[in-house]
Design a protein around this ligand. Sequence first.
Ligand code: GLU
Length: 315
Amino acid sequence: MSGVNGAGRYAPSPSGDLHVGNLRTALLAWCFARASGRRFLMRIEDLDRARDAGAATRQLEDLSRIGIDWDEEAVLQSRLGEAHDAAIDQLDAAGLVYECTCTRADILAAPSAPHAPPGAYPGTCRDRSDADRARERDRIAPRRPALRLRVPTGMAAPEFVDRILGRVSGEIDDFVLRRGDGTVAYNLAVVVDDAAMGIDQIVRGDDLAPSTPRHIVLQRLLELPSPPAVEYAHVPLVLGASGARLAKRDGAVTLAELRADGASDAGVLAMLARSLDLASSGEQVNAQLLLERFDPDALPRSPWAWPGVVNSATS
Ligand code: GLU
């Protein structure tokens, strides 16, 4: 992987403080980028503005506390609205956008196409006439229709080779580009923003791997860089005591909470490093040392079970 002119990124949603799972993914994204000579950028995914309340600033502080650095001021996704609108207009001009008035319940109740993945959009609104569409718009007022991508029939299911997961492929449905409340959907924003920021390496939690085929379809339709020019690595998540993805309810999981319990930032970094086989037990490390040891091919492939043990010697 040659990344000399490229960039990696971490793109947190400012929904609260980052927990150790988020910190671990961020650390990996940073290692992947820096170890391949790429720049590293931050994007705050704040399209759902109600959620912020200062969380973004605290998230960035926590990331730098464990030694992650980045090359430009963090980008706020909400500032990229014009680029999102332009992308939707471009797709619309090519006949690739349609209005959808279905509710979640409508979608669940509709018969699904054979072989469609569970929850896939059944295409109810895809082929409506203009008159039908106008009637539908009136029917749901004051609610407004969502906008969906009309995935061209016969478009090959996208496939990519992930640095961790290997070959990934997926059927895709006509997914939402803009919700009825006007908010741009993650799947559209992420593709437009990564291209606008010159990102050619995307490292994120493996819960997002099933979304990536959608992103690749959009990259192709919008004529943006896509794999193999863009590299993907979906990294294993951290699981809480119940075996489900780690969440705030799993106890002390944020840096501030761990500090309150007596851990130091260096102690948390050492624990994350051990979970990635980048440090031995009791060893004190810094981010630079992790970078020297980092080998994408040697990363643990299975989820990490929290609670880890914060090294008291370094706390
Ligand atoms: N904002 C997403 C999250 O916090 C990550 C999106 C991405 O990395 O593509 O889960």
